[in-house]
Design a protein around this ligand. Structure first.
Ligand code: A2P
Length: 223
């Protein structure tokens, strides 16, 4: 078992090509710059700062994580459930090191995370693992996750606030999608990039007018 575990990566996913990484970082940083100047955002600033009158520079608030990617399977070097089975899948082997394009349809900002929602194609869904939407999610969120279409969690973590782990981005995204499914719309603001909605407790969702696509390579990552 020891031997086999060593062969498994930390995670599999679609990795943005370096030039695409720069482009997406710039575009999403521009959004953050605009967001923290909006009156609607300032009204709820205390959810980020803990104080009503304080300002926040969202570009500084989120620490960027490299390399930018959309995780498919978190393997934890074999310690995660189903890691080996996933690595053995023919579709995983066939797709490995191959180019693919991902489509970002929304951005989320919460006091914990900054992320990009990825809309998976039917072909890409074949690389989405069994139960992939649920891993690491809190018990209380599981029924809501089950009610969402598979692949709803697919995202790129763009940044996390101090002390927050990347796994939180997918959980924040699922929470927002569950609220929307319940019919919660929240305050809406029209922006150049799309429609921004506020879902309470510092949760912001920008539905992009036009999807942002990015060239990636399906691969794995180990530290
Ligand atoms: P994400 O896919 O949301 O970015 P870490 O930095 O914590 O070692 O994680 C490495 C990558 O694996 C990150 O991309 C992270 O989150 C993802 N990840 C970490 N833990 C889990 C988990 N329990 N379930 C799914 N993805 C995870």
């Amino acid at each position: 078992i020891e031997q086999k575990e060593q062969g498994l990566p930390l995670f599999f996913g679609w990795f943005l090509l370096p030039e695409e990484e720069e482009r997406i970082k710039c575009a999403t940083m521009d959004f953050l710059k605009t967001l923290d100047t909006l009156d609607a955002f300032k009204q709820h600033i205390s959810e980020f700062t803990g104080e009503a009158e304080k300002e926040v520079d969202l570009e500084q608030y989120f620490q960027t994580t490299a390399p930018l990617h959309c995780t498919t399977k978190f393997c934890d070097y074999g310690k995660a459930e189903g890691a080996e089975e996933y690595a053995e899948l023919q579709v995983v082997k066939d797709s490995f090191d191959k180019s693919d394009e991902i489509s970002v349809t929304a951005l989320i900002v919460t006091p914990r995370t900054f992320g990009a929602r990825v809309a998976l194609t039917e072909t890409q869904m074949k690389l989405w693992p069994e139960g992939g939407d649920k891993t690491g999610a809190p018990e209380a969120l599981l029924p809501s996750i089950e009610a969402l279409p598979a692949g709803s969690r697919a995202h790129v973590t763009l940044g996390c606030s101090a002390g927050v782990e990347a796994v939180q981005t997918g959980i924040d995204l699922l929470e927002i999608l569950a609220l929307q499914k319940e019919g919660k719309e929240g305050t809406q603001v029209e922006m150049e990039l799309g429609t921004l909605s506020y879902l309470g407790e510092g949760r912001w969702f920008l539905a992009l007018r036009e999807a942002i696509t990015a060239d990636t390579k399906f691969s794995s990552f180990s530290e």
